[in-house]
Design a protein around this ligand. Structure first.
Ligand SMILES: NC(=O)c1ccc[n+]([C@@H]2O[C@H](COP(=O)([O-])OP(=O)(O)OC[C@H]3O[C@@H](n4cnc5c(N)ncnc54)[C@H](O)[C@@H]3O)[C@@H](O)[C@H]2O)c1
Length: 280
């Protein structure tokens, strides 16, 4: 069978294409014959069709870049992200969710029946279902400025970790938005990666300590490579997965399953959930 994943000649947009998982996804999509538009605040080394600079913290810039992308867009791969410190909690929530959502909303009018949005969340989203009320308040905001307004008025509810909150909300967002997108034949899904060897990893290790990060290693027994995250993301976005929507795929080497069954302990997950309950 040729063109197994159905990307040949398809037009796709990849954010975060300068590094890590986004770079790996852009390369795989080029190799699969897609026409790739790469978006990042930094330059990409992948030999894509078109590379544009974008700052996902900047509403006007997102709109200008989105307007410059011709439709139809068959796939959006939302991979850009910040880890929290040393970056501010504000920049982190803006890049990881507010800007990512705004870009997706700008591109949806250019997406036809059969297209898809695939987002990178994180295994840090574990337990998001316990906090639906506070997550929904931000999900219900209409657009970039309204989201910033809510975040400003409710800083205490999320600023204990812009990273964890952004990942909680992405896992919720795919289920929240799919009922609307599905009517247009557009799918949205996410992956929840475990620890991965990318440029972001030192920031996690500096913040939490390597020992704590390593508690999120699943039964597979090691960190993943960027390609091991990019492949499931690219598979989720493939038209072959036409019956998979509003779904979160745990790409964590089995960690979530083991946690759920009480076969693995991770102290930081308890801490994150505790902070959310205290403040949310
Ligand atoms: N590395 C891990 O262990 C891990 C684990 C779970 C989830 N994730 C998530 O995976 C995704 C990809 O991260 P990665 O590990 O490949 O890290 P990375 O640092 O290698 O890549 C992140 C990319 O986002 C881009 N970016 C940052 N700020 C931007 C902005 N303002 N506008 C546009 N682009 C911007 C960066 O330039 C970079 O190319 C992120 O959402 C991250 O939260 C990472």
């Amino acid at each position: 069978m040729e063109d197994v994943l159905g990307y040949k000649g398809k037009s796709v947009v990849v954010t975060g294409a300068a590094s890590g998982m986004g770079q790996a996804a852009a390369q795989i999509l080029v190799d699969l014959g897609a026409r790739v538009t790469a978006l990042d605040i930094n330059p990409t080394t992948v030999d894509v069709d078109r590379a544009l600079t974008i700052d996902l913290r900047d509403r006007a810039n997102i709109e200008t870049v989105a307007a410059s992308i011709d439709g139809p867009v068959d796939g959006l791969f939302s991979c850009a992200g910040l880890p929290g410190p040393p970056f501010s909690e504000w920049d982190t929530i803006l890049v990881n969710f507010v800007g990512a959502r705004h870009l997706a909303e700008q591109l949806v009018p250019k997406m036809a029946d059969g297209s898809s949005i695939s987002v990178i969340s994180s295994s840090a989203a574990i337990g998001w279902q316990d906090h639906i009320k506070v997550i929904t308040e931000l999900l219900e905001t209409d657009g970039f400025d309204a989201a910033v307004e809510w975040l400003t008025a409710n800083e205490k509810k999320w600023s204990w970790s812009g990273y964890a909150y952004s990942k909680y909300i992405i896992d919720a967002w795919v289920g929240w938005w799919y009922p609307e997108l599905g009517r247009k034949g557009i799918r949205i899904n996410a992956i929840n990666p475990g620890p991965t060897e990318t440029a972001m990893m030192p920031a996690f290790q500096d913040l939490m300590g390597k020992e704590t990060v390593d508690q999120a290693i699943g039964p597979v027994g090691r960190y993943s490579t960027p390609e091991e995250q990019a492949w499931p993301l690219v598979c989720l976005g493939s038209p072959r997965l036409s019956y998979v929507g509003g779904e979160v795929l745990w790409t964590d080497g089995g960690w979530n399953g083991a946690m759920t069954m009480g076969r693995h302990e991770a102290k930081w997950a308890d801490t994150a959930a505790g902070e959310m309950s205290k403040n949310g």
